[in-house]
Design a protein. Structure first.
Length: 255
C-alpha cells in the first residue's frame, strides 16, 4: 500500500474513532444514569431513569400527543430559522451597496442583537395570539439580527484588491456583488447557521412556555405543573434530539 493511500485513509480512521468515542461516552452516561437510579444514588422522583423516560415516551407516542408536539415545535423552529436567516443575510449583504447606511445601521444592529428578545415574548403572544404565528415570529426575531451581522461582517471582509481588480476588468457594481461579495461572505453566513437554529428553537420554546395549545414547550410546562417529572425529562430529551436533527437539516438547506 502506497504512502499516499495511507495518508488518505488516516483521516477517515480518525473520524471513525472520534465517532466511536462520542457514542461510547453517551452510552456510558446513560448506563451510569440508569445505575444511579436503580441503586438509589439518584432520587428517582427528580431524576427518573432512562428506562422510565423511554416507557413514558412510548406511551405518549402511541397516544399521538408526542409526534404532534414534535411536529409543531419543529415546524415553527425551522420556519422561523429559514425566514430569519434568509432575510437577515440579505439585509447584511445589501449593506455593501451603501457604506454610509451600513455605518448608521451597524450600531443599532448591535444594540438589537444584545436586546433580550425573549422579553418580547409576552407582547408577541398577545399581538399574534397563542397559535403558530407567535412562535414563528419569535423564532424569526431571534435569528434575523444575528444573520444580518454575520453577512455584513463577511461583506466587509472582502479583499479590496480583488474588488479593484474586478472593476479594472470592466465589471459593474452588481457583478462585483454577485461574483465576489456574496461568495466571500458565505463562510461567515454558514458559520452562524448552527447558532441560529439554536436561537430559533429557544424562541419557539419560549413562546410555547408562555402560552400555547401545542408543542414540546407546552408539554414540559404542563408536566411541571402536574409534577410529572418523567414527562418533563421526555420533553428535555426529545428537544435535545430535535435540536441536533434541525441543526443538520437547517445547515443542509443553505449548503
Amino acid at each position: 500500500m502506497s504512502k499516499r493511500t495511507l495518508a488518505a485513509e488516516a483521516p477517515a480512521r480518525g473520524g471513525v474513532v472520534v465517532q466511536m468515542w462520542r457514542w461510547g461516552l453517551l452510552a456510558a452516561l446513560i448506563a451510569l444514569w440508569e445505575a444511579g437510579a436503580q441503586l438509589g444514588w439518584l432520587d428517582p422522583f427528580f431524576f427518573s431513569s432512562p428506562t422510565q423516560i423511554w416507557q413514558t415516551a412510548i406511551l405518549k407516542w402511541q397516544s399521538g400527543a408526542l409526534p404532534r408536539d414534535i411536529a409543531y415545535t419543529a415546524a415553527s423552529t425551522l420556519l422561523g430559522f429559514l425566514l430569519g436567516t434568509g432575510i437577515g443575510s440579505v439585509i447584511g449583504l445589501l449593506f455593501w451597496f451603501s457604506r454610509p447606511v451600513a455605518l448608521v445601521a451597524e450600531p443599532w444592529l448591535i444594540v438589537l442583537n444584545a436586546l433580550p428578545k425573549l422579553a418580547l415574548a409576552p407582547v408577541l403572544v398577545i399581538i399574534c395570539g397563542i397559535g403558530f404565528a407567535s412562535k414563528v415570529v419569535l423564532a424569526f426575531l431571534m435569528t434575523v439580527i444575528t444573520a444580518a451581522i454575520s453577512a455584513w461582517s463577511g461583506a466587509k471582509a472582502v479583499d479590496p484588491a480583488l474588488t479593484t481588480l474586478l472593476y479594472s476588468l470592466g465589471a459593474r457594481r452588481r457583478q462585483v456583488f454577485t461574483l465576489l461579495v456574496v461568495p466571500s461572505a458565505m463562510p461567515w453566513i454558514i458559520s452562524g447557521l448552527r447558532v441560529n437554529i439554536a436561537l430559533s428553537m429557544a424562541g419557539s420554546i419560549a413562546g410555547e412556555f408562555i402560552a400555547s395549545d401545542r408543542g414540546l414547550g407546552r408539554m414540559i410546562v404542563y408536566a411541571g405543573t402536574t409534577f410529572d417529572l418523567k414527562l418533563v425529562w421526555v420533553g428535555v430529551v426529545v428537544l435535545s434530539i430535535l435540536s441536533g436533527i434541525l441543526s443538520m437539516v437547517g445547515v443542509g438547506v443553505y449548503i
